[in-house]
Design a protein around this ligand. Structure first.
Ligand code: IMO
Ligand code: MG
Length: 427
């Protein structure tokens, strides 16, 4: 048995969903512990192709308990749509549970996320506009409304009256936008509450019971380490912690119960939204990667910024999380290139930085220093054994392991569940 956290190691979209879907076969539970429907986890399996935003990627395995943990912010409209869509595709959702401590994304959160982005103008963060910043701000400011409130209509009504009064003052007086209707929101959320009630419960004890029975649990990260509010490229970050450390607070599992922390990296780098990205390629290679890998956001459809693997950010991410092994996804995307580059340092005012800077304004000025390796020019998508990989691909992987000081456990060479090379057993 073990508790395994699967963590986004870059700027999100690393392929966490695929890895969780793959490993969940041998798990007893999968838990989402952070973020909200800003996440978009693409899963391709015998049921079809899915973009999951809130439901854990273990949902396709009928015996696997799937938990939306207390650390997740839930937009009930999106969640209900997702449940309906899964059911339409004959996916059993009776093993889904929602923490009664999870916060709800309310209509004013999405509205204010958009209004705040407009106000920032050129300095916009490029958020997904799903209300993530405002919902987590309210959680910390003690203004949140939680799933348990949906089960207690009187309590919900009085909380909503008080919070909405404040929100409407901000919406009308600061942003000059029309106020939201108390009755409409109350009625809508009561009806969502009725549909969601069978799923809502205290989920911590379910997990502790599984742990006491020595069952395997996977913690499914959302977003990526470089979007963490503390260790990411602040302020171009998200608003909950995607780190391994966040997986405990967001699920109710203790630090001592985690056995493995798997960091998921793409074989290159992508970022969607604003903020510095030292290895971004604004040339033909960047475009080639975007088109070949179809690097467009699963949540917003925005084109993702593409670039070479950044081993400075990667090493930082490995240290901040304490990865026990790493997964490299989308290696196949690099198959056709004559050579591949890895960023091994940042040049700043004539000096070479080997560590990831805290100040985003400094990071913005950094120029990548690259190491160039020969490409392998061989299709890898049908390879299932590490020894079958072309020599130059193995060399690339070995160099990443060396730079990150962490062993690779899985290499993914395509979107389908079976397109994976198991280098080390993790489960
Ligand atoms: P998954 O789980 C990639 C980015 C947004 C924006 C910043 C803040 O699919 O890896 P937010 O809406 O969270 O306030 O936006 O974070 N972002 C992601 N980028 N993958 C994600 O999730 C992301 N979730 C948020 O683009 O730059
Ligand atoms: Mg995504």
């Amino acid at each position: 048995m073990s508790v395994i956290a699967v963590i986004g190691a870059q700027w999100g979209d690393e392929g966490k969903g695929k890895i969780v879907d793959l490993l969940a076969e041998k798990a007893k539970a999968v838990v989402r512990f952070s973020g909200g429907d800003n996440a978009g986890h693409t899963v391709v399996n015998p049921y079809g192709e899915f973009r999951l935003h809130i439901v854990p990627s273990g949902i396709f395995h009928p015996g696997v308990v799937c938990i939306i943990g207390n650390g997740v912010a839930i937009n009930p409209v999106v969640l209900l749509e997702e449940i309906d869509d899964l059911q339409k595709h004959s996916v059993d959702t009776s093993h889904l549970f929602i923490s009664d401590r999870a916060h709800l994304i309310m209509p004013y959160h999405t509205l204010l996320d958009g209004l705040e982005e407009e106000r920032r103008g050129k300095g916009a963060l490029g958020t997904t506009r799903k209300g993530i910043g405002p919902v987590f701000a309210d959680k910390i400011a003690r203004l949140g409304i939680r799933t348990c409130d949906l089960l207690n209509k009187e309590e919900f009504h009085s909380r909503l009256i008080s919070v909405l009064e404040l929100k409407n003052a901000i919406i009308t007086k600061i942003y000059n936008a029309p106020p939201l209707s108390l009755k409409e929101i109350y009625d809508q959320y009561c009806s969502y509450g009725e549909r969601l009630a069978p799923f809502i419960q205290d989920t911590g004890p379910i997990l502790q019971d599984l742990i006491s029975r020595k069952q395997t649990i996977m913690l499914e990260g959302a977003q990526g380490t470089m979007l963490d509010p503390d260790f990411g490229t602040y302020p171009y970050v998200t608003s909950s912690s995607p780190l391994a450390a966040g997986s405990c607070a967001g699920s109710g599992i203790t630090l001592r119960q985690i056995d493995q922390i798997i960091g998921v990296f793409k074989a290159y780098t992508t970022r969607v939204g604003g903020g510095p990205m030292p290895t971004e390629l604004k040339d033909k290679i960047g475009e080639f990667i975007r088109e070949r890998a179809h690097e467009y956001g699963a949540t917003t459809g925005r084109p993702r910024r593409c670039g070479w693997f950044d081993a400075i950010a990667g090493r930082f991410s490995t240290q901040v999380n304490g990865f026990t092994s790493i997964v490299i996804t989308r290696l196949d995307i690099l198959d056709a290139l004559d050579s591949v580059k890895i960023c091994t340092g940042y040049k700043l005012n004539g000096a070479i930085l080997k560590d990831f800077p805290s100040d985003t304004a400094i990071l913005d000025k950094c120029q990548p220093v690259y190491e160039e390796l020969p490409g392998w020019r061989t299709e890898t998508c049908t390879i299932r054994h590490p020894k079958q990989l072309p020599f130059q691909a193995r060399r690339y992987i070995a160099r990443l392991e060396e730079l990150l000081s962490c062993p690779v456990s899985i290499i993914s060479v395509g979107a389908s569940r079976d397109q994976a090379i198991m280098v080390k057993q993790v489960i």
